[in-house]
Design a protein around this ligand. Sequence first.
Ligand SMILES: [Ca+2]
Length: 343
Amino acid sequence: MKHSALSIIFISLLSGCAAKNHYARASTPLISQPAPPAQEKPTSLSALGRDPAEFPAYVDTLKAEARGRGIPSDVIAESFANIHFVDRAIAADRNQPEAKLTLDAYLARVLTADKIAQGKAMMARYRTQLRAVSERYGVAPQYIVALWGMESQYGKIQGKEDIVSALATLAFEGRRETFFKNQLFAALQMIQRGANDAQSMKGSWAGAMGQNQFMPGSYLHYGADGDGDGRIDIWNNPDDVFASTARYLARSGWRVEVTLPAGFDSALIGVKKAQGKSVARWLRQGLTPQNAAPPAAQTAWIVQPDDTQGRAFMVYDNFRTLMRWNRSYYFAISVGMLADAIA
Ligand SMILES: [Ca+2]
């Protein structure tokens, strides 16, 4: 990928929260689940030794593991009441469209004039709430609205799949079993805590829920009660959607802006694995962070989105993770472009 594309992510997604230092505590998944790396070969259930006829028995093992994790039996019974094999989850997970589209083709599909116009209207309609959330979390409102638009068409398309079934099916598929099992147990925890009742735990085939398409794990980590009613309702309540999205963006920060010393060797700029150095080593080379420096032992990379004259940023492994996933990368670019368009 060229740096010019990177600049879109950086300048637009990140300049809005430049006032605060939000570098990551830990590598985190995107809001939606990331697609598998493009180089991963498609496999079939039979190649993995998994016959859909074995799904009910697999579900029994999931229930047993949930009990072992301390989820009460009545919560398990309620959560699995509608359990079914989700064919579409398997088909769609194998056929991530972005892996086959160019970036321009992807943008033409997702960044429509209608979506931009609606985004501007939403910015105006929710101006007061967005300003409050923006101040609280240090995230500019257009990024919150852009994520909302990209994830669910501003709340309109949230998915109607039973989340427990979608996650159980994806875990059964086996390519990322641990990831999806953990998301499933997070969904059960949500039901246990009363985040939503089991019948209403709906979302996409990929397990993403609500107006901001949080995975259950993201909900547990980043969910925020925007209107103070004691619930975090990302399905129906825009205040909660805005607060949760802003909290996610603030916590999953991935960069700190730096000033490069005169004569800095441009060969050191980039996100190849070999270009990573500890923060301490970068500082010894004369880089000056514009916010508090990250932990000295943290491995970081230097990027300069505008190639020569522009600002430089120190980024961490979660940014590289983002770049490895085409879908997420395209998605991040499209969010940045939508934010610019509606700001
Ligand atoms: Ca609430």
